[in-house]
Design a protein around this ligand. Sequence first.
Ligand SMILES: [Zn+2]
Ligand SMILES: [Zn+2]
Length: 246
Amino acid sequence: MSLTHDLHTHTTFSHGNNSIKEMVDQARKLKIPKITISDHGRNHPFFGINPKDLKVMREEIDFYNDQYKDIDIDLGIEANIIGSDGAIDVYDEELKYCDSFYAGYHYGYLPDNFKNFRTFFIPNVAGQFFPPLKQVMKNRNTDAYLKMMERYPYLTMITHPGDKMPIHIEPVAELAAEKGILLELNQHHNRLNLEDLIKASKYDVKFAVASDAHDVKDVGNVGTMEEMIKQAGIDKDRIVNVKFED
Ligand SMILES: [Zn+2]
Ligand SMILES: [Zn+2]
């Protein structure tokens, strides 16, 4: 299995270790035909990009797309899921500059209002320590994913679904299929895991494998995901960004 597109990577514009050029050059070295630079949404105080940087990133990517004939480079963003009402930190500025939009749940983001702080931010962290609360949050988080897909139907992909934020994968996969939103197989977070991949594959949803590289050494690295895809027994055509050798 080889990647035709490493569609989830980070740079020094958020908290990656390398520049856009270094990540792009590494993908070229590995003969990966396409890469997406997808740094974190602005509501993360430590990892979030400065929205002003998007124009700079766009110009830099356009320049390399002109220079290099052996690779396509897209600008994306990995927005933060910030509320039980399905809010994510994506704004017009991101929409204007980016080719693709992802959303994922991360610890440490800033909620957009007090209600989301109380009903989503705090209980998701506390749920890690109190199993009964985790069950309550599983329903609420599932609802948040569903509302998010209704509010942002132009989302390209949900990153590491269910990581650090338990969900029921079946309704999420069903609506993602209807909206044409990809579910990610993220090697860095090991989500979807095998169990959820099998459940999700009952619906007509498509998947993408991603390195989530934060360093040049991880570009193109999808760890044990090939093995997991085989174990799940899903049709290879459903993984949109890989080529299988056989
Ligand atoms: Zn992420
Ligand atoms: Zn990421």
